[in-house]
Design a protein around this ligand. Structure first.
Ligand SMILES: Cc1ncc(COP(=O)(O)O)c(C=O)c1O
Length: 363
């Protein structure tokens, strides 16, 4: 075999999305991918359906209407917004643009898995920095930066831990980075965050020329299946992204549905309220079952299982047999945990009861 991928490619463990079915193939309630509990706005669905009239045409390549709508909503310069085929695409492109052979890409121990893949795919060395109590630690991140560091990825809030740094902590992190390092603030779950000291990253992007904020339509807007994300960038970063991205990377239905979704603020407010109510109830109920579950700023919670008969593996099998699919997170370095997405009211009641049943014999 003469064809050889460049170094790093075969070190990648392919990303595997959350399962949607029980092991026997039976339909199940999918609570494994942090998708929206309420789904997309009916207005977005109508725009998607309407888009079928335009399927023979290429999309407008820069997603101009979508960038304009995002700019208007978030008070940002649309020329500095780049849309992507999910924010995953943008995260990977940023690594490809700014890191190459032997450069270092820094992220934290239990961070979103795409960062490692993006680093390896660009030939760079992934550097996973230890966390403190399942939380990114600014001092540890800064002490892992070397002259070879090109990017720092920070998921804020982080998936799968749900932990979140304050704006002040993020600013401390930025202040300690050399200007030659790009800080990528992945704010996929920003809309769910309730703490008042949170900063998604747009203000930092405006203030500094080495910060990018990425966002997604896959979570609060319920459009994960369409694949739409966006980045707000310094002008030079937007220019570089626009050179390397696919010329038509966001499809016609995706652009149209996303624009419509942005307009339905009531649906967004309902989704946030649902998440808050049910996250609190689920946390209370799971704690009452005797398990540790961490506070979370996202639309998911991390549940810790004990060693032994009631471990995470047994829980996964039991819950799947009851029709609930959670996400095992051993590949995030958390073999004793499972991540649970906040679902519909029925799903939440059902999974809470199933977890209580699973734990009952142990208590
Ligand atoms: C922290 C984080 N960033 C980015 C993404 C990817 O989102 P997208 O669907 O926009 O590619 C996810 C998806 O789960 C995520 O958890």
């Amino acid at each position: 075999m003469n064809l050889k991928p460049k170094p790093g490619i075969l070190d990648i463990t392919p990303y595997v999305g959350g399962r949607a079915e029980a092991p026997d193939g039976a339909p199940a309630v999918k609570l494994s991918s942090n998708e929206s509990a309420l789904g997309p706005s009916p207005v977005a669905i109508a725009a998607y359906e309407e888009a079928c009239r335009y399927l023979s045409f290429y999309p407008e390549g820069s997603a101009r209407l979508l960038r304009d709508a995002l700019g208007e909503l978030h008070h940002l310069d649309p020329d500095r917004i780049v849309c992507g085929n999910g924010s995953d695409e943008l995260l990977s492109l940023l690594s490809r643009i700014y890191a190459s052979d032997g450069d270092e890409v820094v992220f934290t121990e239990h961070a979103f898995l795409v960062y490692r893949i993006a680093a390896l795919a660009s030939g760079a060395v992934p550097v996973a920095v230890p966390e403190t109590d399942l939380r990114a630690d600014v001092e540890k991140i800064l002490s892992s930066v070397t002259p070879r560091t090109r990017l720092v990825f920070l998921a804020n809030p982080n998936n799968p831990t749900g932990s979140c740094l304050s704006g002040a902590e993020v600013r401390r992190l930025h202040a300690g980075l050399p200007p030659s390092v790009l800080l990528v603030m992945d704010a996929a779950y920003a809309e769910y965050v309730q703490r008042r000291d949170y900063e998604a990253g747009d203000a930092l992007v405006i203030q500094f020329d080495n910060v990018v904020m990425t966002r997604t339509f896959s979570k609060i807007y319920g459009l994960a299946g369409l694949r739409v994300g966006w980045a707000f960038c310094p002008a030079s970063v937007a220019d570089a992204l626009n050179r390397v991205r696919g010329p038509f990377n966001v499809s016609v239905p995706a652009q149209r549905a996303a624009v419509a979704a942005l307009r339905d603020r009531e649906h967004v407010a309902r989704s946030i309220a649902h998440n808050e109510t049910w996250k609190r109830r689920l946390i209370e109920s799971i704690r009452a079952s005797g398990l540790r579950v961490d506070d979370s700023e996202g639309n998911f919670v991390l549940v810790h299982f004990p060693r032994g008969a009631h471990d995470a593996k047994a829980a996964d099998a039991f819950l799947a047999s009851r029709g609930f699919i959670l996400r095992p997170v051993a590949n995030y370095g958390l073999p004793h945990c499972m991540r649970l997405t906040i679902g519909s009211e029925d799903a939440n009641r059902g999974v809470a009861a199933a977890i209580a049943d699973f734990m009952r014999p142990a208590r």
